[in-house]
Ligand binder design. Structure first.
Ligand SMILES: Nc1nc2c(ncn2[C@@H]2O[C@H](COP(=O)(O)OP(=O)(O)O)[C@@H](O)[C@H]2O)c(=O)[nH]1
Ligand SMILES: [Mg+2]
Length: 241
């Protein structure tokens, strides 16, 4: 693999039907694709491997069990960094992140060479969420407000999973230190990016809740985020000597 300057990492658990829709659209962009699949039982890895064999632009890491979103991304980044891609993209498999928004983000990062991390943001002017209950929206807004206060940043959507990282930024970050698995993975990565001085740009996107398959997130993952963000807020106010 390495036919393109950009590569999209997509973590998956039981997303075969979604990948059948997403991958052909993504292949229209200048991107290679890496699927990190955690023991899907619906043939997700086969869908990716078949299309990979046809195009030479998709590879798959198959892991033996559901090991978490955070470790899936870290394992993906570690495989890709030696391959010298320029941009490493994070995207969900479930159709929530639109390919047309990615195309706009790639066009924008091309003309803003100083940007180290581009976040596809729901919670800045122009950003939108479709098919979410008021309750789900309130939870995400509250999580982002709390994270901004705890980490003292102005990033509007810290839990966003739709991002373009410059590979050079990921090389500067201490990826070994990242230990979150769920929503807090995105917050922890933002925190680490800011620690190494990243220039972050947010671009408004339209996030569409999935219509196929089910969410893999759970209450323990929400609790992980609350506990971790509170700890980071405390550490910021009381740095360890
Ligand atoms: N490899 C891997 N992928 C995961 C795991 N948990 C979630 N995902 C994938 O991460 C993406 C986002 O998860 P999703 O269930 O849609 O979360 P939600 O959007 O917050 O409801 C999807 O592509 C999932 O298949 C995991 O433990 N391992
Ligand atoms: Mg989702």
């Amino acid at each position: 693999m390495k036919a393109q300057p950009n590569v999209v990492v997509i973590p998956t658990v039981d997303e075969a039907e979604n990948l059948r829709i997403l991958l052909p659209k993504l292949l229209l962009l200048d991107v290679d694709i890496l699927i990190v699949d955690d023991a899907s039982r619906d043939g997700t890895a086969d869908v990716a491997q078949e299309l990979g064999a046809e195009t030479g632009r998709i590879s798959v890491i198959c892991r033996p069990s559901k090991m978490g979103l955070g470790s899936a991304y870290i394992q993906g980044f570690q495989k890709l960094l030696p391959l010298n891609y320029v941009n490493i993209i994070q995207m969900d498999a479930d159709g929530s992140h639109r390919v047309e928004d990615l195309a706009a983000m790639l066009a924008k990062i091309l003309i803003t060479p100083g940007t180290d991390l581009m976040i596809g943001s729901r919670w800045i002017p122009g950003g939108k969420v479709e098919n979410w209950s008021k309750h789900r929206e309130a939870l995400s807004r509250a999580a982002n407000w709390y994270s901004r206060k705890a980490l003292a940043t102005s990033v509007g959507d810290m839990t966003a999973g739709f991002r373009i990282y410059r590979a050079d930024l990921l090389r500067k970050m201490n990826l070994q230190s990242i230990e979150s698995e769920g929503y807090s993975f995105q917050i922890e990565m933002t925190r680490e990016a800011l620690r190494v001085g990243a220039v972050v740009m947010e671009v408004p996107i339209t996030f569409i809740e999935r219509t196929i398959g089910t969410s893999k997130m759970s209450m323990p993952i929400v609790l992980e985020a609350i506990v971790k963000v509170t700890k980071w807020g405390f550490l910021r106010c009381n740095p360890l000597k």
